[in-house]
Design a protein around this ligand. Structure first.
Ligand code: HAM
Length: 428
């Protein structure tokens, strides 16, 4: 019997996992600078949270959820996204009562969607996302967008396109909604069954339909931007001005509606321009969701956030030839010959690792030549050569592999000698 990995998932192996670590470290560092703090929520939640939060007319809820019953008969779902769980936690943990407002949170972790796998579209993927809850200041919208753009910039990506739109407040959305119904109703029979159901429930979703996207009614559908009331219009303008002052370029696309139901006012996506990226060009998406906290049972609270997947980021880095890591190499390799010398190795490794060096030794009973080869393969910066003769005098050979020099040192000096050598510990 042989086993294979489930469709739409991947193993991340050494060589790639280092890239993930660098990206995750960047996320932590960036959020520290923007004053967002990490939240970790469970990988599964009550199914009803997503039906309510993400919206039961969305593809995610209708077609893509990994839903299961536990042994107690409860309906649970592997989280398809991070916003609804964060908001659930915000309400349950009464974060609206925290002294520091707005509450600024971030997360990284696996999400699950039963989608048709293709490059950049996985069934398990890792999102990095942020959520800012408790402020309706357009400066927060600009901050969230800036954080997302800065993340890509600091990792070395170019040719990004920021697309923004406003979905308006409740009043504007209702006006737009009626216009959409009037527009589509007379010819709704020409649309797919999903769209026919959407007409009453959520006509905005029709604009996001993958089946009917070529229908002629799509091109001249009423634009939300023509239905924004004064307040929504001003809000959108303010966000744009903040972006301009930060020197962040953007394009407005009135057709950007996003695939989740909770958005209002600001919506945005970051796309990658250029060849070699295939069909999927959206790297990140987010927006404002002022009604969501209330929908999930909390007090009326504004919120905004975004999420991106690390898988798509890695694709983009690869297409643009950005190399995140140099070879993984070792600070120190210990080559030992003779029974007594070998006995000494584990304690010496332990000491060096505790001092912060990356260190390894032979566990395959290799001869000296084989050990030196292993040290070379792993690009060790130093090799410590220990034989029974040296050990008898409490000494060890320290060989600098970069310039080939070698010196015999008292054993107790080794750590200091390495410290003084100027190697940067754990340098990758
Ligand atoms: P979303 O647009 O569904 O929004 O997903 C955000 C990002 O997750 C996408 O732009 C993409 O990078 C990545 N992504 C989505 N599905 C997949 C997939 N199947 N494979 C690989 N990557 C994928 C949200 O999830 C919202 N929660 C974002 C948000 C946060 N809005 C406000 N706060």
């Amino acid at each position: 019997m042989s086993f294979s990995i489930p469709r739409g998932t991947q193993d991340i192996l050494p060589g790639d996992s280092e890239k993930w670590q660098i990206i995750e470290a960047k996320a932590h560092d960036l959020c520290r600078r923007y004053n967002y703090r990490e939240i970790r929520t469970p990988i599964f939640e009550q199914t009803a949270l997503f039906a309510r939060g993400v919206g039961d007319t969305t593809d995610i809820v209708q077609k893509e959820m990994y839903e299961f019953k536990d042994r107690g008969g409860r309906s649970l779902t592997l989280r398809p996204e991070g916003t609804a769980p964060v908001v659930r936690s915000y309400v349950e943990q009464k974060m609206h009562g925290w002294v520091n407002q707005p509450v600024k949170l971030y997360y990284t972790g696996p999400m699950f969607r039963y989608e048709r796998p293709q490059s950049g579209r996985m069934r398990q993927f890792v999102q990095f996302g942020v959520e800012a809850l408790g402020s309706a200041d357009p400066a927060v919208d600009a901050e969230v967008i800036a954080l997302a753009m800065e993340f890509y910039k600091e990792l070395g990506l170019n040719n990004l396109k920021l697309i923004i739109n406003s979905l308006g407040d409740k009043e504007s959305r209702e006006a737009h909604r009626s216009a959409l119904v009037n527009h589509f109703a007379p010819r709704i029979d020409e649309f797919c069954s999903d769209c026919r159901a959407r007409l009453d429930k959520n006509p905005l979703r029709i604009l996001d339909c993958k089946v009917d996207r070529e229908h002629e009614l799509m091109t001249d559908a009423p634009s939300i931007l023509d239905y924004l009331n004064e307040e929504s219009r001003k809000y959108f303008k303010d966000v744009q001005e903040f972006l301009e002052e930060m020197g962040i370029n953007y394009e407005i696309d009135a057709g950007l509606v996003r695939g989740l139901d909770y958005y209002n006012n600001t919506a945005f996506e970051i796309m990658i321009d250029g060849e070699g990226f295939g069909a999927i060009t959206t790297l990140a998406g987010g927006g404002r969701y002022n009604g969501l906290v209330e929908d999930i049972g909390g007090p009326e609270t504004p919120g905004i956030g975004f999420a991106l997947s690390i898988e798509r980021l890695l694709m983009a880095l690869e297409v643009q030839g950005v190399d995140l890591i140099r070879e993984h190499n070792l600070d120190v390799y210990i080559a030992a010959l003779g029974e007594k010398a070998r006995k000494k190795v584990p304690a010496l490794l332990h000491q060096l690792r505790a001092a912060g060096f990356s260190a390894d030794a032979d566990y395959m009973d290799r001869k000296m030549k084989g050990q030196m080869k292993a040290a070379n393969r792993q690009q060790a910066k130093y090799v410590l050569i220990l034989g029974d003769d040296e050990l008898a005098e409490n000494k060890i050979n320290v060989k600098n592999m970069q310039d080939g020099t070698q010196s015999l040192e008292p054993l107790e000096n080794v750590e200091k000698k390495l410290m003084d050598s100027g190697i940067e510990k754990g340098d990758q």
